[in-house]
Design a protein around this ligand. Structure first.
Ligand code: SF4
Length: 251
């Protein structure tokens, strides 16, 4: 896999350095990356013990809506209790026509709820750098990724969304997929990963393989907010992005 100058610059901003760019020694705080060998892509087979009901093709009042109408419907949605305390529903942002990647994150946080934007603040800036390093962007000319949370309304006090809330909001996500028609889903964080894989496993066991959701390949990785707290895991996140790239190139 090769990386152009812009991608190398993004990696450097994230604290990474690819071996070919190394001249001498490793600076303090810099995570040295190995460029992954082109391994065969492993398609995950569901284990026999699935701890929760797999995502269903729920009938939806959102199905068939164009993106503008869907955005309006979501802002007025009262399909689950999360509508009660939201300030803004977070529809998501990015490429509006056939994005290469649909990035599904955990539930909105307080800043997202206040501004109505998915992954605002430092976590969002890190995500944007990660996407650029992987050859994707969610804004500007040539946008190729769309970023949206797994539920559109913030759960009170930052708790995890409950199964009925995830179930209700999957209809929105399904309608977004229907309209956007992405090629691959990148699930960032435990809530998004478990919902889209249908597996109640630790995040570490969901990473490193390709799952399927609604006929789309799904790659799991860390949430950017977690990576800000645990920068040592950025190397693992980079492996996940490389898996996503290889998966898309192979499809
Ligand atoms: S979380 Fe989703 S289903 Fe629930 S009210 Fe918000 S938009 Fe509707």
């Amino acid at each position: 896999m090769s990386w152009d100058a812009r991608q190398r610059a993004m990696l450097a901003e994230m604290g990474f350095r690819l071996p070919a760019a190394t001249s001498a020694g490793v600076e303090a705080g810099v995570v040295e990356l190995a460029e992954p060998e082109p391994e065969p892509i492993v398609i995950a087979a569901p284990p026999p013990t699935i701890l929760r009901v797999a995502p269903t093709a729920a009938p939806s009042s959102f199905a068939g809506l164009g993106l503008s109408a869907l955005r309006e419907a979501v802002s007025a949605c009262r399909a689950c209790g999360l509508c009660e305390q939201r300030r803004h529903a977070v529809f998501g942002s990015g490429a509006l026509a056939q994005p290469q990647w649909l990035v599904v994150t955990d539930a909105p946080d307080e800043a997202d709820d206040a501004g109505g934007e998915a992954l605002s603040g430092d976590a969002g800036r890190l995500l944007d750098r990660m996407l650029l390093a992987a050859g994707q962007r969610r804004g500007g000319d040539g946008a190729s990724a769309f970023v949206t949370p797994v539920v559109k309304c913030r759960p009170p006090r930052g708790r995890a969304p409950l199964p009925p809330e995830l179930e209700a909001c999957e209809a929105v996500l399904a309608a977004q997929v229907e309209q956007l028609r992405p090629r691959l889903v990148l699930a960032l964080g435990l809530q998004a990963a478990r919902r889209l894989t249908g597996l109640a496993e630790p995040l570490g066991r969901l990473r490193g393989r390709v799952h399927r959701w609604r006929d789309l390949p799904v790659v799991v990785s860390y949430h950017p907010a977690y990576l800000l707290r645990s920068p040592a895991d950025k190397a693992g996140a980079w492996d996940d992005l490389c898996l996503a790239r290889r998966t898309m190139q192979a499809s």
